[in-house]
Design a protein around this ligand. Structure first.
Ligand SMILES: N[C@@H](CCC(=O)N[C@@H](CS)C(=O)NCC(=O)O)C(=O)O
Length: 213
């Protein structure tokens, strides 16, 4: 059985967890925080979560884990079959990660972990976010899913990026991504109805509650 290392509050962890659930793999969750301990670095060389351990060994990096799972289980596809359409899903996923996830992530220290408000950081993030949102608005399809008619990995990347990132942009910058990205609110409502998304979110909310004490 696979082992998934990580923590249900992590957005990347939840993207992989949702993929495993959608594809019907059995897996054990090994609750793990990011760590620089040798033992964990042997599994995930940057010490980040998630990491998936399969019988051959560990794999880190979310998009790589996803591609591995897709190779193992093409019968439950989360990429389109057509090579160009596949590339467009990868383009969208990568753009979401680089220009939205990594941009909004810079606010998490202030918004969730008690770092002092930082106007310089807010200005930098605002500028990066303008560009990222403009770029994504050009390639997001929302008909009804992020990349078109079928649910793909781009939906998973966007869902867990936005559900965390939008809390941060609202709180730190007063910006609601639903106001800036046409179709986002309707698509979120569709994703929220997915029973496996609901399961991942219930685990996340329970972990958040436990953290709050
Ligand atoms: N590029 C990694 C990013 C994963 C990541 O940033 N995970 C966060 C938790 S959501 C983490 O482990 N952070 C600790 C760190 O950056 O050292 C992936 O695609 O899996």
């Amino acid at each position: 059985m696979f082992k998934l290392y990580g923590f249900p509050v992590s957005n990347y962890y939840n993207m992989v967890k949702l993929t495993l659930l959608e594809k019907g793999f059995e897996f054990e969750e090994v609750i793990t925080r990011p760590s620089q301990e040798d033992d964990y670095l042997n599994k995930s060389p940057m010490g980040k979560i998630p990491c998936l351990e399969v019988k051959e060994g560990p794999i880190s990096e979310t998009n790589v884990i996803f591609d591995f799972l897709e190779d193992l289980s093409p019968d439950v596809p989360l990429y389109p079959a057509d090579p160009y359409e596949r590339a467009k899903v990868r383009e969208l996923s990568k753009s979401i990660e680089l220009y939205l996830e990594l941009v909004t992530r810079q606010l998490l220290g202030v918004v969730f972990f008690g770092a002092p408000a930082d106007e310089q950081l807010n200005a930098t993030v605002n500028t990066q976010l303008d560009k990222g949102v403009n770029a994504l608005n050009r390639i997001l399809i929302f008909s009804p899913f992020a990349a078109g008619e079928v649910m793909t990995y781009a939906d998973f990347m966007l869902y867990y990026t936005v559900t965390l990132g939008n809390m941060a942009t609202k709180k730190a910058l007063g910006r609601d991504l639903c106001d800036e990205m046409p179709g986002l609110a309707g698509w979120l409502a569709i994703m929220d109805k997915n029973p496996l998304v609901q399961k991942v979110n219930a685990d996340r909310d329970e972990a958040l509650k436990a953290m709050a004490g």
